[in-house]
Unconditional design. Structure first.
Length: 408
């Protein structure tokens, strides 16, 4: 291997092709022994680029490319726009030692679309639907939300329009940009509830700003802060209630990229709101009840986090082999022998364990655990005003004991 010398150059190329490349990018292509990329990108190169050309394998993999790091040959990768924005550059950066790879980006289609719309990119949600479920958009649906969505293929805009109309945002105007930055660039506009193009060009991007169908009955867009209404979820009563959920998530303290185990997940509300807090947050819901697993599957799609992983099984046995968590929430099974021990053992130093108890047995288990491992216990009592005859009175919910500890 060549130490930290860059054997790999990732060249961003726009829809304007080779003509839009700068001097450094062209030189890298002429110096390369191998150029790899999508067939569409390779076809953009003139014949005077003598390097051997190899299209990405199907299914996509970078393994064959990485084998060239030992060959003492320079390799170029062609990628759309900015390779570090939903691109192969980000994939390669996770596999290549810093210094081995250099990236020469072109303007991304997202940047071009923001420029065409006059939108500040930092204030706009950017979503890739390439290889991802359309339901991932639902996390971004609320009044005046601006979204740029990279389409998976030509039928994506029509499917996206149908989703917006179903969610109550049918008045939203879509702008579909085809072949941004190239000679075939085209823009198609229309309302979501009257979308008229069944299939656009395969290479397209959709821009929209959410607008409710009616000012009198605005669409229901869910907040990204913890504590969604309980009726945002399908459940059978096994759900961490709204106010307790908000307090629990505050103690779990989600951070971008962190992984949560939601043990005894019920409806999945804790894992879902953990993931809604940031697009990079990850969660695994462990649930033994088959009916509740179906609730989680529905709720994760409806609330825009289809990437929530569901593990069918009962803790502690179902925890074996799972990716190590940054935080664990135990909503059910606190008093089951071995559950607390297994969760605590899985956490790295600095990881958080939060558990809720409503029964005397589960509270006793948390008291005993705190005596051995430290942490804090908080008693939560919540009352709601409800009618009593012609008057109102307070109805108290069952008190919840909340345990929190950070592993030393």
């Amino acid at each position: 291997m060549q130490g930290t010398q860059a054997w790999l150059t990732v060249v961003g190329i726009g829809d304007d092709g080779y003509a839009g490349l700068g001097r450094d990018a062209r030189r890298a292509l002429f110096d390369a022994a191998l150029v790899t990329g999508g067939e569409r990108h390779l076809a953009m190169l003139p014949s005077r680029v003598r390097a051997r050309r190899e299209a990405w394998p199907q299914p996509f993999s970078v393994e064959a490319l990485l084998a060239y790091r030992e060959s003492n040959q320079s390799v170029c990768v062609l990628a759309s726009g900015d390779p570090m924005l939903f691109g192969v550059g980000a994939t390669l950066a996770r596999r290549v030692v810093p210094g081995e790879m250099r990236v020469l980006p072109a303007p991304s289609s997202l940047s071009l679309a923001a420029a065409r719309k006059g939108w500040a990119l930092q204030d706009t949600a950017m979503v890739s639907l390439v290889g991802r479920p359309l339901d991932a958009l639902r996390r971004h649906l609320y009044a005046r939300s601006r979204v740029l969505a990279l389409s998976a293929e030509g039928r994506t805009p029509a499917a996206l329009a149908a989703l917006l109309a179903e969610a109550g945002f049918g008045a939203t105007r879509l702008a579909v940009f085809e072949h941004l930055g190239g000679p075939l660039e085209r823009r198609i506009e229309g309302r979501a509830d009257a979308w008229h193009v069944e299939e656009a060009a395969a290479l397209n991007l959709v821009a929209f700003e959410c607008e409710s169908d009616s000012a009198q009955t605005p669409a229901r867009g869910w907040t990204l802060t913890p504590g969604l209404p309980d009726d945002a979820y399908r459940h059978d009563g096994q759900i961490t209630k709204r106010d307790v959920r908000a307090l629990t998530l505050a103690r779990l303290a989600p951070t971008p990229g962190a992984l949560l185990w939601d043990v005894g997940a019920g409806s999945g509300s804790i894992g879902i709101e953990w993931m809604r807090s940031h697009a990079a947050c990850r969660a695994i819901a462990i649930e033994a009840h088959a009916g509740r697993q179906r609730f989680i599957e529905h709720n994760r799609a409806a609330l825009g986090v289809p990437g929530l992983q569901v593990v069918a099984g009962r803790a502690p046995e179902a925890l074996a082999g799972l990716a190590a968590p940054d935080a664990v929430f135990i909503g059910g099974g606190v008093s089951v022998p071995g559950v607390l021990d297994a969760c605590w053992a899985a956490l790295a130093s600095g990881g958080r364990l939060v558990a809720n108890a409503v029964t005397l047995q589960s509270e006793a288990a948390l008291v005993a655990w705190r005596a051995q491992h430290g942490g804090t216990l908080t008693r939560i009592g919540i009352g709601e005003a409800q009618p009593l005859g012609g008057f109102d009175t307070w109805r108290q919910a069952l008190p919840v004991t909340l345990y929190e500890a950070v592993k030393p």
